[in-house]
Design a protein around this ligand. Structure first.
Ligand SMILES: [Zn+2]
Length: 222
């Protein structure tokens, strides 16, 4: 896509935009970026949660991802209508950047030193909502290709999201299911320890990129 009136160019950014093996256009470092450096502000049109809901219904969500970034309980940044180069920074489950909210602004910072040519990524950690089901998972597939890829752009499942199905769970079977559950739990443990992002709630500063859940629309649809 070429630039549009809604594009806000940022002077002297340490990366360039080009085709990414992850998805579409990506952001690639053009010079060494030191650990902790602030790279770019995530720009978007400031809208309310209700406006975001109205803009992105179920149908549009199935066509494409949105560029919504949850700033706080009331405000969402929509980079679909107003954006800068930050919009092209892809998601990765093993990112080299992170997003932090500070005083009403979201910035992307380097998590570690980044060499020229490396693609910049951060963990979108899309907020999970109780309405999300398997369809939602498939809508937010991750193709970052890193060893610890969790397969989805949605935030890692930490706290059991909803406990409604607890009763249907069988009591822990003894040794027979051991192998299966073992591999399951190791992979879980692995991703938990490796990607170990500060839980969204724990640090207020952590930006939680939130896709308007398709569940919001689905509720009405089904
Ligand atoms: Zn991934």
């Amino acid at each position: 896509m070429t630039t549009s009136p809604s594009f806000q160019q940022t002077p002297s950014i340490p990366f360039e935009l080009r085709q990414s093996p992850i998805q579409g256009q990506g952001a690639f470092a053009t010079r060494r970026i030191r650990k902790g450096a602030r790279i770019i502000e995530y720009i978007g049109e400031r809208i309310t949660q209700a406006q975001a809901d109205a803009r992105y219904d179920d149908e549009s969500m199935e066509r494409h991802h949105t560029f919504l970034f949850n700033l706080d309980d009331d405000t969402v940044l929509d980079a679909g209508t107003l954006h800068n180069e930050s919009r092209y920074i892809n998601h990765s489950c093993e990112p080299n950047c992170q997003s932090l909210i500070d005083k009403g602004h979201i910035h992307i910072y380097a998590l570690r030193a980044i060499e020229p040519g490396e693609e910049l990524t951060y963990d979108y950690a899309y907020e999970r909502t109780p309405e999300m089901d398997a369809d939602a998972e498939s809508l937010y597939v991750c193709r970052c290709g890193t060893p610890s890829c969790r397969g989805t752009i949605l935030a890692p499942e930490k706290k059991a999201p909803a406990r409604r199905k607890k009763a249907t769970r069988k009591a822990k079977a003894p040794s027979k299911s051991k192998a299966a559950s073992k591999s399951k739990s190791t992979s879980k443990a692995k991703s938990a320890s490796k990607s170990k992002p500060a839980p969204a709630a724990a640090k207020k500063k952590r930006g939680t990129q939130r896709a308007k859940s398709p569940g919001r629309g689905r509720r009405a649809a089904s």
